[in-house]
Design a protein around this ligand. Sequence first.
Ligand code: 601
Length: 327
Amino acid sequence: GAGSVANTPEAGDVEYLAPVTIGGQTVNMDFDSGSSDLWVFNTQLSLNTLSGHMAYNPAQSSTFQLLPGSTFSISYGDGSGAAGNVGTDTVNIGGATVTGQAIELATDVSTSFVTDTQSTGLIGLAFSKLNTVKPVQQKTFFDNALATLPEPVFTADLRHNAAGTYEFGAIDSTKFSGPLAWTPVNTTSGFWQFTSQAFAVGGGAPSTSVPGGQAIADTGTTLMLADQSVVDGYYSQVQGAVNNATVGGVTFPCSATLPDLQIDVGGTMATVRGDDINFAPVDQTGTTCFGGLQATTVQPQIYGDIFFKSNFVAFNGGNNSLGVAPH
Ligand SMILES: CN(C)c1ccc(C(=O)NN)cc1
């Protein structure tokens, strides 16, 4: 059946957590459409590492089974990562249930995961070809659930500083305005990748072509990382915007009025609200603010939570497409 859970932004909308029940144990996890491993903090980790975290205890689950000899090791775009061993258990997300789901048990996690005490791990929702388990690659929760879901979809409804929803198996049309604009997904990279070749600022004339012209929909990335041409074009319209090497990206006066960004998603222009591009102050005085839109020098571009705060997104694993609408 379908399943729906509330998600909650951590402070500053840095990441969005939602409850997942594994072998009867409910933990909060980071739903990540930009990776394909489900890994958890668990009782194998040291007490120091576990301090402040919830943890999954396989010994307390009557349905846990170890996968002997299986290991995982994952690293993310920001240099963070985790590694460990693997078992299977029953996973239930708001009623959507999978038995025999690969549960990757971290025995090593990088610092940023240790300090992020509200998160018990990640649930990867990209394509299973990116899963890192060896010797036998494992499937994502969504892949395993596909055949049993009423509709082969999951949806992300992320909001600024407010509860939203992750839903499996249904599209709740009360969560967005107007029709969903559907775009085909190129699954070759293993990401939810689509064509994004143009942009406009504050309703101005659309740009011509953005180099590379590809982007992925990634709920596990906080910001929106776009080609330099998009970043330059956008911030040229923001008084006082500068590339601030010290803080590592574009900043502007917190008093600036930020224009909306229109960005191509498979041929339809989606809007990212200017307010959501004012990400956070960089100093205690709240004078200088850090942009939610930043540059990436690599392709594809990464449309993270900044994009999702203005756009409801449906991920269709039946025909490999993305549906986008303002919310
Ligand atoms: C350190 N943490 C919480 C991360 C979580 C997710 C990611 C990521 O790139 N997801 N697509 C990176 C880091």
